[in-house]
Each structure stands twice: as structure tokens, then as C-alpha cells.
Design a binder for this molecule. Sequence first.
Ligand code: ZN
Length: 377
Amino acid sequence: MAFVIIAAVIAAGAAFWYVGARRTRARRREVDESPYHLGLDALIAGNSDGAIEHLTQAVRDNPRNVDAYVKLGNILRERGQVKQATQIHRELLVKRKLPTRVRSEIIKSLARDLASAGRWRDVLEHLATLPRAERSDPRVLTMTRDAYESAGDLDKAAQAHKELLKAGSLEGEPAPEVYRAHLGLLAFRRGDTRRAKAEFQAAVKEDPGSGLAYVYLGDIAVREEDAERAVAYWMRLISEKPDCAHLVFERLEKAYFEIGDFGRMMGIYEQLVASSPSNVMALTGLSRMLERKGAVDEALRIAREAVKHEGSTFEGHRQLIEILMRHDRYEEAAKAAETLLAGLADHREERTCPRCKAALDGYSWRCDSCRAWVNEC
Ligand SMILES: [Zn+2]
């Protein structure tokens, strides 16, 4: 008898479990196939058209689905529809009573919209309304710093960068001295030479490896009509970062020419070639000097040496052809041009940003398009 009762209890339990499980499965299926979840799936799959369609349906079905609105706005921003994105996020903030966490998410999304529109002061204003803990989140600090940077408030940008490094920075964020050098370049581009100089000097003092800063310190010295000091800065770049020496060759040639000490330049090239015989830029420089001195055959020999080591820049070939042309050796020039063209067909390289592939304009620490850090020297 006891056995029958136990069996009945087990059977009832199993039946109960079965019905319950079926209900749960049905509910789960309903959730999985709701427009909101279909929208999230499409978002993950990178199908922004599908995501917009489902999320729009989701907010139609349930106008209180704040997350669907937030995500819809984010997709629109990423598609370049910044105005619509801003409108959606702004309306969410105005109308609803929201939990703090949700409100913060909306504020961050709105800040990104405003950043896309280049409205930096508005970005800063909104980020300042976040709770303190959120404001020290590295991603928020990055946004804050970049907004100050773009608004031209360099002191606040430097402060935010320090906080960012303290907060356990995101990967790839530069050391404080490199950031200072970067700020120096921003000041330099704006014509604020005094500030630029101070930043560059501080950068090279803290880290003599901030190579590019020497380039610009020299440029500032030239503006101040102090060619000797310019040369001193550029020579420090050559001695501390020989790989970047080519950045200042042209500048040095011009400066030595003005000082009237053109022979010094030859010595610099000879020294560099002696220590790194495959330095194409130094070889072409030396070849140029030799030609100017009238030693054409020696100039050609060095240019041919450069050809052996040249990468996709074809600097050696260019030099060789130019010297041959200037000395009416057209047949040889044509031959050199032919091999150059054959090589050019499959090598076309310009300096581009490693992240967004935009062409890099001038030498800097940061890509102007996507703001990735690209310390080239
Ligand atoms: Zn980029």
C-alpha cells in the first residue's frame, strides 16, 4: 500500500513538473521572440536595419521600454542620424521618472550624441550631472577629457587625463608626458606658441623619448628666429631616436644652409650611414649632399645603395632618378624609372591610422578622425 502511495506522489509530482516546464518554455519562447529580443539579436548580429525595425516595434508595443529607446537612439547615432538620436535620448530624460542607473545610461548616450555633433560644452554639461561614481568610470573620464580637449580647455583635459590614468586606464592610453606633448601640438596648431613650448619642454624633460616633441620645439625656435637652438633640438632627436631622424633632415638642411654651415649636414648623414648602413633616408640625404658638392658618381653610388634598402617609400629610386635627370643621363634614368614603376604597381603605401585607416596628416600623437593614439615616433 505504501508503495502505491509513493508511486502516486511521484507521478503527481512528475505531471506537475511537466506542466510547469511546458509553461516556462512557452514563456521563454514568447520572450525570445518579442520584438525587443529580436532587436537585441539583430544588434548583436550587426544588422542595424533589423534592429531598428524590431526596436521600433518594441517601443510601439510598450512605450515604457526605456532600454529599447536608448538602444534605438544609439543605433541612429552610429548611422549618422545624430539629430534623431539626440531627440530620442533627450525626451527620455525629460519625461520619465527613472532609476538612477537607467538615467545614467541615457545621459551617457546623450553625451555621445552631442559629441558626434561636436557640441563639446553640452557634452561636459551633461556628464557633470552623472553621479560621482559614474563620473570616475574610465569610459566617462575618456569622454570628459576628449570633450575638454576639443573645446580647447587644455588644463582641464590634462586633469581629466590624470584621473583617467589613476582610475585604471583603458588600454592604449598614453603616459602623462606623451599626453602633455599631444596637448602641446594642439596649442601649436592653434597658434599658442608659448603654451606649446611649455608642454613640449615638460614632455621631453619627463621622457626624453617623446621624439616628435623635439621636431616641434625646433619649429618653434625657427619661428623665434633662433636657428641654432632649432638645430640643437633636432640633433637631440637624431641622437635619441635615430629611427625618426628622417623627420628633421629637410629642416636641418634648411637651417644649416641659413646658418651658412652646410658642410655640417654632410657629416650628420655620414655618421648616420656609418651607424646604420640601411637607413634609406640618411643614404638619400648623403647622396643629395654629394651631388651638391659636385661628386656625381659618388652621389649615384650612394643612391643605388639606398635603392637596395628602400621599402615601399621608394625614396632611393626617386633620388637616383632625380640625380640622373639633372645630369642629363636620361637613358639610365628611364631604366631606373621602369623598375620603379614595376615596383609601384603593387606597393602603394601612405601613412594611415592603424585603427580607422584614415590618411594621417602630418606627424602627431593622435588620429584626427577616430582619436586613436598613434605615436609614430
Ligand atoms: Zn583613426
